[in-house]
Design a protein around this ligand. Structure first.
Ligand SMILES: NC(=O)c1ccc[n+]([C@@H]2O[C@H](COP(=O)([O-])OP(=O)(O)OC[C@H]3O[C@@H](n4cnc5c(N)ncnc54)[C@H](O)[C@@H]3O)[C@@H](O)[C@H]2O)c1
Length: 343
């Protein structure tokens, strides 16, 4: 298949390019590089011997999308789109809601309109466990109610609705993947998560371990969890990448919609994650206890059996691989893609 990967230069997108190329698919990446660099695509080439075609463009640039789809049509068109491109920082979305709605919603709608015009009606969408907000039941199943608590989460739940309505009206084949907490990196250490300022625990821990930041703040140690710190369902980014390609290859043919949690069903606390990272890097990672953050919840763990039953996907990599690979990436790229690659 020829797959258009929006946001394919980013963290999850670049890992998914490797999985797609490895399974023999043809890949075109569209990215405006607002949170990434083409070095990730050079590294994809280093890992798998092929470089995805790359178009630097914004999702909201309709003429650019039109010409991309028209050009692809000359060789059979895109068979499907994997749509990663979005802004994703929860705190930033609270401070700049219009920017988030404009980018994530206007951008996505522009993409979907061009897809429909060109008869490309198959899409895998990056959604998030954030859509569940404060869950009523654990583990969280796909039938849990949708009630996001921040603008970023609202952009995801709104796009889910747009896609379900579009699928119903125009016979699209749509898979919504609700990711839990992707972490880790490709085992080569050549690509990984490269935030300027980390919003999530693992990249923060990795940057502290590498000496880029002084300490990790743990937001509350008085939660109703075994050690008092927040518990999340972490999954290896390579497993997550495989879930996308499984969803593409194994989805029911024709018009259909599917919604899957992508997680492991196992939760680890902040303290457990830091301890595991310390074992991987071989030295202590300084941390301090801070106050709880508004809107945080004690435990978020997926009920992950649906994707196993329907697509045969389950996480193959455990906590040890997650922290080993996250550290290997950080150790080899202490300043991310901007700095030198170490041995
Ligand atoms: N990383 C996570 O923890 C997580 C969890 C749940 C869901 N998601 C979702 O998964 C997707 C990928 O996340 P990621 O962690 O790889 O993020 P990322 O920032 O590394 O990748 C997103 C990519 O999209 C590009 N982009 C953003 N807006 C664009 C636009 N208007 N036009 C073109 N390109 C644009 C960015 O340059 C970047 O390369 C996002 O939709 C995100 O919301 C991520």
């Amino acid at each position: 298949m020829h797959i258009l990967v929006t946001g394919g230069a980013g963290y999850i997108g670049s890992h998914t390019c490797i999985e797609l190329l490895g399974r023999g698919h043809r890949v075109t990446v569209l990215d405006n590089l607002c949170n990434s660099s083409t070095v990730s695509l050079d590294r994809v080439q280093q890992i798998c011997g092929q470089r995805p075609a790359f178009v630097e463009a914004d999702l909201r640039d309709r003429p650019a999308l039109e010409s991309l789809f028209a050009e692809a049509a000359k060789t059979g068109g895109f068979d499907a789109v994997i749509h990663f491109a979005a802004l994703k920082a929860v705190g930033e979305s609270v401070a700049q809601p219009l920017r988030y709605y404009e980018n994530n919603i206007s951008g996505s709608i522009c993409l979907f309109e061009v897809m429909e015009k060109h008869g490309c009606r198959r899409l895998i969408f990056s959604s998030s466990a954030t859509v569940y907000g404060l869950p009523e039941k654990l583990p969280i199943s796909e039938s849990e109610s949708i009630k996001p608590t921040n603008p970023y989460g609202h952009t995801k739940s709104m796009m889910e609705q747009v896609l379900l309505d579009t699928a119903a009206a125009h016979a699209w084949n749509v898979t919504l993947l609700r990711y839990f907490n992707p972490v880790g990196a490709h085992p080569s250490g050549l690509i990984g998560e490269d935030p300027e300022f980390p919003n999530n625990l693992m990249p923060f821990v990795a940057q502290v371990a590498a000496g880029r930041r002084p300490k990790v703040t743990i937001f509350g140690d008085d939660w109703p969890t075994p050690d008092g710190t927040g518990v999340r369902d972490y999954l290896h980014v390579c497993d997550l990448a495989a879930a996308h390609v499984d969803a593409l290859e194994k989805a029911a043919p024709g018009a259909a919609t599917a919604i899957y949690n992508v997680g492991t069903g196992t939760g680890y606390s902040v303290k457990q994650m830091i301890a595991a990272f310390e074992s991987a890097c071989g030295h202590p990672v300084p941390s301090v206890i801070g106050p709880r953050r508004d809107g945080d919840v004690p435990t978020v763990v997926a009920e992950a059996s649906l994707i196993r039953q329907r697509l045969g996907w389950e996480a193959k990599l455990g906590l040890q691989e997650m922290v080993r690979d996250a550290w290997n990436w950080q150790r080899r790229n202490p300043m991310g893609f901007k700095g030198a690659l170490l041995d």
